[in-house]
Design a protein around this ligand. Structure first.
Ligand SMILES: C[S@@+](CC[C@H](N)C(=O)[O-])C[C@H]1O[C@@H](n2cnc3c(N)ncnc32)[C@H](O)[C@@H]1O
Length: 270
């Protein structure tokens, strides 16, 4: 289906359920209407609150900081940050899906002028198949050394290796010396490999594609995993210093976990 008609088709499909939600008083103005919820399952508000907790606890986020949301989707993390960042703080988000960016501007920038969103017309086979720019060469539209904290939640789980390499270099470029980032991945190591082999993992990354492991060769961007050792090297090559320990997730039924996906916190050395 052509990109240009997708929003209209979605609006038609979800027209009745959205009206039904409104009749039942089930409309939260800070949650996008059905048809705009393309960021995965789970309670939109709850997932945002959970990550705000991770940003504060594991990456030391504080209210006056300048924050970059790489792959801001339909504003799920921005909503959680809306009443946390102060007027001295700043939030910038960008994403390849225009509808998510438009909703975020209309609803969130309208409430807090220091929350800004941009559309990046970058190719992603799943989210923006007609994108004009290659992710492996895309330059983030921000000056060097302008952010205290950057995050990418459930974004590198949809990107291939050269794309992630470039995004890590870009994150290192736009972070101030001493700035931190929190990034989620599906990490392959001895434990996740064993759990996948035992059939206990929710996801099985059975196909190797260069440095990545993917669930589906036909739709590689649908779910992408990386060897933990590779991610350590990728961060290092980008000029980011990983802060151990890695915060492992429960996606593969690990016994000890912090969230759903695996999380790494890294900083740009000062
Ligand atoms: C599962 S959603 C997560 C969205 C958001 N980070 C969150 O946690 O709510 C994945 C997001 O990554 C975005 N994305 C995929 N490739 C991208 C790229 N190359 N640059 C920026 N965003 C990208 C998609 O458009 C989508 O919004």
């Amino acid at each position: 289906m052509p990109e240009s008609v997708r929003p209209a088709v979605r609006r038609c499909i979800y027209f009745v359920p959205n009206v039904w939600d409104a009749i039942r008083g089930r409309v939260d103005p800070l949650v996008p209407e059905r048809g705009l919820r393309f960021v995965g399952s789970g309670d939109y508000r709850q997932v945002g609150r959970e990550f705000l907790g991770h940003f504060r606890t594991h990456a030391g986020l504080s209210p006056d900081e300048s924050v970059l949301d790489v792959g801001s989707g339909n504003g799920r993390m921005a909503v959680a940050l809306l009443n946390y960042l102060s007027d001295a703080g700043r939030y910038e988000g960008f994403d390849v899906v225009g509808e998510g960016v438009e909703w975020s501007r209309r609803v969130l920038t309208a409430r807090r002028g220091n929350f800004r969103f941009r559309r990046a017309d970058v190719h992603n086979r799943l989210y923006n198949p007609a994108g004009r720019h290659a992710a492996c060469r895309y330059r983030f539209p921000y000056d060097d050394a302008t952010f205290d904290f950057a995050f990418a939640t459930s974004v590198f789980t949809h990107m291939l290796a050269e794309e992630v390499d470039n995004y890590l270099r870009q994150i290192a470029r736009v972070l101030r010396p001493g700035g931190r980032c929190l990034l989620t991945f599906f990490l392959i190591n001895d434990e996740s490999r064993r759990l996948m082999a035992e059939g206990r993992s929710e996801l099985a990354f059975g196909h190797r594609l260069g440095r990545c492991l993917v669930q589906s060769v036909r739709k590689p961007h649908a779910a992408v995993a990386y060897e933990e050792s590779d991610v350590r090297n990728m961060l290092d090559d980008a000029g980011l210093r990983l802060r151990d320990p890695v915060l492992f997730g429960r996606w593969c039924a690990r016994a000890r976990w912090v969230g759903y996906q695996d999380m790494v916190v890294a900083d740009r050395p000062g």
